[in-house]
Design a protein around this ligand. Structure first.
Ligand SMILES: *[C@@H]1O[C@H](CO)[C@@H](O)[C@H](O)[C@H]1NC(C)=O
Ligand SMILES: *[C@@H]1O[C@H](CO)[C@@H](O)[C@H](O)[C@H]1NC(C)=O
Length: 411
């Protein structure tokens, strides 16, 4: 298990040095739920507008999301006018929907103690057809800094993926030169993998705080499963790239929207915690049910995601359509053994909750002093017996498409 430590240190030494995203970023991002909804007359409470993001910022503070750790309010695509300013060449926020400009939105979000994120695109235009940065990189980086942006998501539509190894770092350098620390979220692996190219992770670690590896998430359990499959199927090459300041991004949380059941919502939260994924909510926070809110604000699960060691977990077992996902976390015991977060995920759909058991040694948990185990979702958290040894069998019962999620503290 020393292997993990070695990789972390190695990656950290050559990582982007802006002091940001030392744990996976948490916040709200508009795309999954709000897309390019721009008709404010028809949908005044949902359209991409100053009002929406002010509302979201208010709710993040009032409803406890900020206290739980959610920090960034990120405006995704469709905030721009279709044309740059014809005199200055600058990006212009939509004049009707952002009547006071972006600095005013940033000021409001900052006044709430939150941070401000903004979307752009590396190419000639954004995915929804608004102006991209490719020919105005310095000007746009400077503009973002002037608006006091804290987080930049740079998409990769309408560009040649072959130029991204050079172009994304170039925009990152302009961000750096503004002197304003901004989290830099890159999308370049998505577009290269689409073309069958394996991305250059060394470059990405050096220039980006996080990067989207693969397809956009959609509001369906099917989409969630496909993303989980991608991240487990490719984990041997993807997992080692993650660490403090540089994360893989499987895309936004679906919780609170239309498709996921209660059990499936817990599954996404648990797996995203294991993957050390950014926790970016994309739902109408003004109307989330108490059950879903409790999952989103589960402090112990957030602590797994935000664990300071910054080690991405993996799917280590797949038997009988039961997947076991494991993430090494702190505290590390005096004997040098990691603690672990362990998610038992069921892909079964055959009716009753499925009984599953394994020995801790099957998971290569080898601390002879044993582990104290703790249920991260249940109200009664500590399990009987209080201590599990490596040859003890650990039994769980998992709902169809659901999860059981535990912390194994190394003794
Ligand atoms: C520049 O834009 C303004 C409005 O934003 C418009 O009135 C003016 O005609 C434009 N000038 C040119 C040269 O396109
Ligand atoms: C810019 O890069 C340098 C060198 O890596 C780093 O020390 C500095 O903190 C960066 N500044 C910002 C604002 O990101």
């Amino acid at each position: 298990m020393r292997f993990f430590i070695f990789l972390c240190v190695l990656a950290y030494a050559s990582a982007l040095d802006n002091g940001l995203a030392l744990t996976p970023p948490m916040g709200f991002m508009s795309w999954e739920r709000y897309r390019c909804l721009i008709d404010c007359e028809k949908r005044p409470n949902e359209c991409i507008s100053e009002k929406l993001f002010k509302n979201i910022a208010d709710v993040m503070v009032e409803e406890g999301y900020k206290d739980a750790g959610y920090e960034y309010v990120i405006i995704d695509d469709c905030w721009l006018e279709k044309k740059r300013d014809n005199v200055t060449g600058r990006l212009v926020p939509d004049k009707k929907r952002f009547p006071n400009g972006m600095k005013a939105v940033a000021d409001y979000i900052h006044s709430k103690g939150l941070k401000f994120g903004l979307y752009e695109d590396y190419g000639t235009s954004t995915c929804a057809g608004y102006p991209g940065v490719i020919d105005n990189m310095k000007l746009d980086a400077d503009t973002f800094a002037e608006w006091e942006v804290d987080y930049v998501k740079l998409d990769g539509c309408n560009a040649d993926p072959k130029t991204m190894d050079v172009g994304y770092p170039k925009f990152g350098d302009y961000l750096n030169k503004t002197g304003r620390p901004m989290v830099y979220s890159c999308s370049w692996p998505v577009y290269q993998e689409e073309k069958g190219t394996i991305p250059n992770y060394e470059l990405m670690i050096k220039h980006c705080n996080l990067w989207r590896n693969w397809d956009d998430i959609q509001d369906s359990y099917d989409s969630l499963k496909k993303i989980m499959d991608y991240f487990s199927r490719n984990q041997e090459r993807i997992q080692p790239q993650a660490g403090p300041g540089h994360w893989n991004d499987p895309d936004m949380l679906l919780l609170g929207n239309y498709a996921l059941s209660y059990d499936q919502s817990k599954t996404q939260m648990a797996v995203w915690a294991i993957l050390a994924a950014p926790l970016l909510m994309s739902t109408d926070l003004r109307s989330v049910t108490p059950e879903i809110k409790a999952i989103l604000q589960n402090k112990e699960i957030i602590a797994v995601n935000q664990d300071a060691l910054g080690i991405q977990g993996k799917r280590v077992i797949l038997i009988n359509k039961i997947e076991v996902w494991v993430k090494p976390i702190s505290p590390v015991s005096k004997t040098g053994h990691y603690s672990y977060a362990v998610a038992f995920v069921s892909r079964r759909d055959d009716g009753f909750p499925f009984d599953f058991g394994l020995k801790l040694s099957d998971l290569k948990f080898d601390n002879l002093n044993g582990y104290k185990v703790h249920d991260l979702f249940a109200k009664t958290k500590t399990l009987i017996p209080q201590k599990y040894r490596t040859e003890d069998t650990f039994n769980v019962r998992i709902n169809p498409s659901g999860v059981q999620f535990y912390k194994f503290t190394s003794l």
